[in-house]
Design a protein around this ligand. Sequence first.
Ligand code: HGY
Ligand code: MN
Ligand code: MN
Length: 414
Amino acid sequence: MAVLANQRINAQRLWDSLGEMALIGPGVAGGCNRQTLTDADGAGRHLFARWCADAGMRMGVDTMGNMFATRAGTDPDALPVYMGSHLDTQPTGGRYDGVLGVLGALEVVRAMNDMGVQTRRPIVVTNWTNEEGARFAPAMLASGVFAGIHTQDYAYGRTDLDGKSFGEELARIGWVGDEAVGARKMHAMLELHIEQGPILEAEGKTIGVVTHGQGLWWLEITLTGRDAHTGSTPMNMRVNAGLGMARITEAVHRIAMSHQPNAVGAVGQVKVYPNSRNVIAGKVVFTVDIRSPEQGKLDLMRGEVERAAAAVAAELGLGCSIEPVGHFDPVTFDAGLVDVVRGAAERLGHAHMDIISGAGHDACWTNRVAPTVMIMCPCVGGLSHNEAEEISPEWAAAGTDVLLHACLEVAEVV
Ligand code: HGY
Ligand code: MN
Ligand code: MN
């Protein structure tokens, strides 16, 4: 291992691959709109598959479209080391969220090929389907099925705003694989990801050693009132679902602020019916996103949001239903792998710190079925889920070098 200590990935090749992938499903402001199971997602998958073939890897795909590219180890019976993340993006997504984890893992294999390194364990580079949950809720859907959290039937039945189902769309783009989802067993899973928050940059750190991930609830609230004329309907005769949504959105913010630090809450998706300028909204469907790394706070906030919604609905005479459409409890990653990542960052001389992931990741689910850890690099201004998301080539290379050395250790160089 000593001779490998000075080995580094090819930073330019990684940066070029990130740039080339970003051209598929481009946004309108320099980022990406490569939403899951769209034609753009399909094109991105084909490019990734070609690159994996060029790197000598064998591709497997499961019935959720999860992609697994294997680099053989000297011991074919040894459980593999998995590395990866997701290629799907938000509708106004950045170039690096998820993509750095997939293409960084590919670069690790490319670098191992250049170095002529063999490992005892096979190495598998992974692209998880529908991590974002933007088109089909919940987030991390396919890794969730892989980990036994959701059934495949549930996942296939999830629909987008146009009523198209996950199962139909996966078949339409031709990425229904032949492997039974969840059949694969992992020795370990390593996920490289941008932080998507401001901490690492503010602290002057290049590497985040991710010890935990915060938990999440997505609560879809449907308020029903009565469509009516915005001009001729007296104020005391209105049953205004839009007003209810506004008051509940304010309550979500107030509840999150009352649990500081380590609590967040917002409403990101709103569907208003009939969504006409001069009709009082008779129905609103919106999703509350609340999160905390503390289980107690997360559970408290859910109860407070539900009670606040019921009180607003009663006051305004609205019907109210609440359906959880996403959930995972706070995550503790594998302590042994955390030490491996921290040691790699240390040996590589990168300023690093332990950090809790604010965003959810596929690693949060694989952590249920195999030892899992994450590596983070900073992003400019902590901005993500925005086309202006930015990282430096140096940060990308540093994170991928840590991934390389953690993988060399865990996969056991021979
Ligand atoms: O929602 C999340 O935290 C992730 O970006 N899907
Ligand atoms: Mn992501
Ligand atoms: Mn994301």
